[in-house]
Write a protein that binds this ligand. Structure first.
Ligand SMILES: Cc1cc2nc3c(=O)[nH]c(=O)nc-3n(C[C@H](O)[C@H](O)[C@H](O)COP(=O)(O)OP(=O)(O)OC[C@H]3O[C@@H](n4cnc5c(N)ncnc54)[C@H](O)[C@@H]3O)c2cc1C
Length: 501
């Protein structure tokens, strides 16, 4: 933290300073403007204009719509039993969620984007992740916003732009200016063109800088993953967590199941630090995943994409073993190669922002050497750096299960038991991919950051994925909507505080 005494001169003064131009940062700006039409608001964003927008920009765009606050409260409470959040926070969040639909519709109308009912990919109107916890009463429907990709972020961004709220790109927040005795936040240090600028924020600073997906050291220290790669923005390197620690905030939700968003099968190529998401819905199933010992290790045919990659074990929803099984390879044959693009094109940084178009039949990526090819399973095993007889044994055992129509090892469903028998054969490394982290500062429903005594740190707010209130299990569409709710509260409160000062 920088103390006020260390600031020789304030370069600028605003009412509300917002760090991060994702959905939460945009919602904070709109909330601040709603609270005071004359408020001087500034958004500072780490990335260039071309690369801004965070995870929201490349996300699945799914929004959870609920019309029943009580049912939603119960559902979220049941999903968070192992890591509960304060009851009054949950209740108020559920109340606001049940009233969010008109807000989203208004923003879409204002931005000229199209609100669409339906999950967009599951075939149904809603995704009920955990029916036994009350999903069907809690979720009215899922929705998304066109244009795809990025509809939700484009909507919020346009609304910010329409209000003339300035956004300063390539300007990361690097420090907070704080009273060392009271911890009150008075402003922040923002780096612009390599120069540190002190910006005074009368109402406060809103941290909406996303998570730590792209910080392997934090993944190791906080979550315990040895290897993990982000599907979303490479900018999300845990900057917010570092600032919050310096600020004396109490931290939470560093260790949710699957970081709530889950640990998904991903494909990493040398070009980018971010990863491709392996496709979820398959036309053919002549494929398996093998672990460090060259053996299958889970039910690859289960619809894990409906539960954010949590599977039920010993009566509890837990992460799949993928991160503990590394190195993992996917092995498939010519039939699966020809009928399935290996990745999901509709979301992720690599496809949406980097604009990489993976070939429908994977031939381009095979040519690039990203996917291995061989005429026999044994030759493929050699290319993978594995024991050929072990891999042969695993494929034979799986093929026998296919012929018998029963998978005695992992109970893969019958429709997904298709033998790997049509050469040539292929393999690709599968890595743990992170959708989002929700670790950050403990906060209240007003988005005030709490210190170690549970007392708000004056002038410091947090919104969105950084310190999200979502703990443990996760219902599709909750992160983007929570970014809106927490962002609005942060902006509104910081703006009101500026008016009082
Ligand atoms: C592939 C994928 C699919 C997803 N699908 C869904 C879905 O369908 N529905 C759903 O609800 N959620 C989904 N999510 C999660 C959701 O996108 C995020 O939780 C949400 O976008 C978080 O919003 P945010 O504004 O808090 O963070 P972000 O959207 O990540 O924005 C953070 C912003 O802060 C900037 N930043 C970082 N560091 C600094 C700094 N030091 N100074 C200034 N700026 C900084 C970043 O560049 C970025 O612009 C998905 C995520 C991913 C990756």
């Amino acid at each position: 933290m920088a103390s006020p005494g260390s600031i020789a001169q304030w370069h600028e003064e605003v009412d509300v300073l917002i760090a991060g131009f994702g959905v939460a940062g945009c919602a904070a700006a709109l909330g601040a403007r709603d609270a005071d039409s004359a408020a001087k608001i500034l958004i500072v964003e780490k990335m260039s204009e071309h690369l801004a927008g965070g995870n929201g920009r490349v996300s699945g765009q799914s929004l959870l719509i609920s019309h029943d606050a009580e049912a939603l409260y119960q559902y979220q409470r049941n999903m968070s039993v192992k890591n509960p959040v304060p009851d009054e926070m949950l209740r108020e969040w559920a109340r606001q969620m049940a009233e969010l639909e008109p807000y989203i519709l208004e923003r879409c109308a204002e931005a000229g984007t199209e609100f669409v009912r339906g999950s967009g990919w599951s075939g149904g109107e809603a995704v009920y992740e955990f029916p036994e916890f009350g999903a069907e009463n809690a979720v009215a429907y899922n929705s998304f916003v066109k244009p795809i990709p990025s509809g939700v972020w484009i909507t919020m961004k346009r609304c910010v732009e329409r209000r003339g709220i300035p956004v300063r790109f390539e300007s990361p927040i690097v420090d907070l200016v704080q009273d060392p005795d009271t911890l009150e936040v008075i402003g922040a240090i923002v780096e612009q063109g390599g120069v540190r600028r002190a910006i005074r924020a009368k109402g406060g600073v809103v941290l909406a800088v996303g998570g730590y997906e792209n910080n392997l050291t934090m993944q190791r220290d906080y979550y315990g993953l040895a290897e993990a790669y982000p599907f979303g923005s490479p900018a999300n390197t845990g900057d917010g967590l570092k600032l919050l620690q310096k600020a004396g905030a109490d931290l939470w939700h560093l260790r949710n199941f699957g970081q709530s968003g889950g640990i998904w099968p991903a494909i990493k190529v040398p070009q980018w630090p971010t990863v491709f998401m392996r496709r979820h819905l398959w036309q053919t199933f002549s494929w398996i995943d093998i672990d460090a010992e060259g053996q299958r290790f889970y039910n690859e045919g289960a619809p894990l994409y409906y539960t954010h990659y949590k599977e039920k074990r010993h009566g509890h929803w837990v992460d799949t073993p993928l991160p503990r099984a590394l190195p993992v390879h996917m092995i498939f044959d010519e039939t699966t190669r020809a009928h399935n693009c290996l990745i999901t094109q509709a979301m992720t940084w690599n496809t949406v922002v980097e604009g990489y178009e993976w070939s429908d039949d994977n031939t381009v990526e095979i040519e690039k050497g990203w996917v291995l090819r061989a005429d026999s399973i044994e030759e493929l095993a050699v290319l993978m750096g594995r024991d050929p007889s072990r891999v042969r044994e695993t494929v034979d055992r799986y093929n026998t299960a296919c012929r018998n129509g029963i998978d005695p090892d992992f109970e893969r469903p019958g429709f997904s038991l298709q033998a790997i028998e049509n050469p040539p054969y292929y393999a690709v490394r599968i890595e743990p991919g992170i959708v989002c982290t929700s670790g950050g500062a403990r906060r209240n429903i007003e988005s005030e950051v709490l210190d170690h005594r549970g007392v708000p740190i004056a002038g410091l707010y947090e919104a969105g994925e950084l310190g999200s209130m979502i703990s443990d299990l996760y219902q599709n569409g909750s992160y983007l909507t929570e970014a809106m709710i927490s962002g609005r509260a942060a902006g509104r409160n910081a703006s009101a505080r500026a008016q009082r000062s």
